[in-house]
Ligand binder design. Sequence first.
Ligand SMILES: Nc1ncnc2c1ncn2[C@@H]1O[C@H](COP(=O)(O)OP(=O)(O)OP(=O)(O)O)[C@@H](O)[C@H]1O
Ligand SMILES: [Mg+2]
Length: 281
Amino acid sequence: MIGTVGRRIFGVRDRVLPGPVAPGDVLAETKGLRVRLGGAEVLKGVDVRAHAGEVLALVGPNGAGKSTLLAALAADLPAHGGTVSVCGRVATDWPPRELALRRAVLPQSATLSFPFPVEDVVRMGRAPWAGTRLADDDDRIVREAMAATEVGAFAARPFSALSGGERARVALARVLAQRAPLLLLDEPTAALDLRHQELVLRVCRERAAAGDAVVVVLHDLGLAAAYADRAVVLDGGVVAADGAPGDVFEDGLLSDVYRQPIEVFPHPRTGAPLVAPLRDA
Ligand SMILES: Nc1ncnc2c1ncn2[C@@H]1O[C@H](COP(=O)(O)OP(=O)(O)OP(=O)(O)O)[C@@H](O)[C@H]1O
Ligand SMILES: [Mg+2]
């Protein structure tokens, strides 16, 4: 069982390092998850699994419950029914300091307005490792996270003086620096230009190849089709479909879920599904 195994860290009695993870291990799972917000049931019995080594795209229309599901997987929101587990343990049973070693969260609206230099903001991602011998790697990991998100050029500038897309990349760098095996990313590409959207999805793939479980909320179904191993389509708080994007992204299902005529056709060179609204010629 993942998470219940681990090593005591010398000199740090309150934390156990995450144990090794094998490809395919379930790092997060909901069963029959129900969540109520403001008196309304927002998730109505959701079953999802995030596996080590896999990029899972969460898609669906505005208000479908994607951010709510991500917050529940992060143990930031309580379940009103059903269960949520992270690394083999009921999510809300994890002490916060141990949870922070296991899952990293990029919220949808990163309302960070740190007056600190970019590099210091990224370094905040290392806080859960303070006092462990892995803190020796902080400098290298911060450098790598900044390089992966192409924010090195403004490392010394105040975070508050960056553009929206630059801030979004720094917020992602901070999450990457946390080096948690479960990555929960809510619309990491929303503010990004084309190049950086691709960059971020490539980073997701790299983290999955390194053994992490990556759950990423996306509105761009083409990006999801190109980069995700699996897609969960949420609609009105229930899972409308769960499978390989090539199977799940189908005209009828997407048109129903988005209440918008949609066509899916293969890319002429790669065959990857392309998703577009149906428009008059
Ligand atoms: N604090 C709250 N109180 C009441 N209702 C809420 C609250 N937070 C979210 N909701 C409702 O829950 C539903 C799901 O919200 P959620 O943020 O999970 O949607 P989403 O799929 O992430 O949408 P989007 O694509 O717009 O980000 C929405 O109808 C929303 O209005
Ligand atoms: Mg959302």
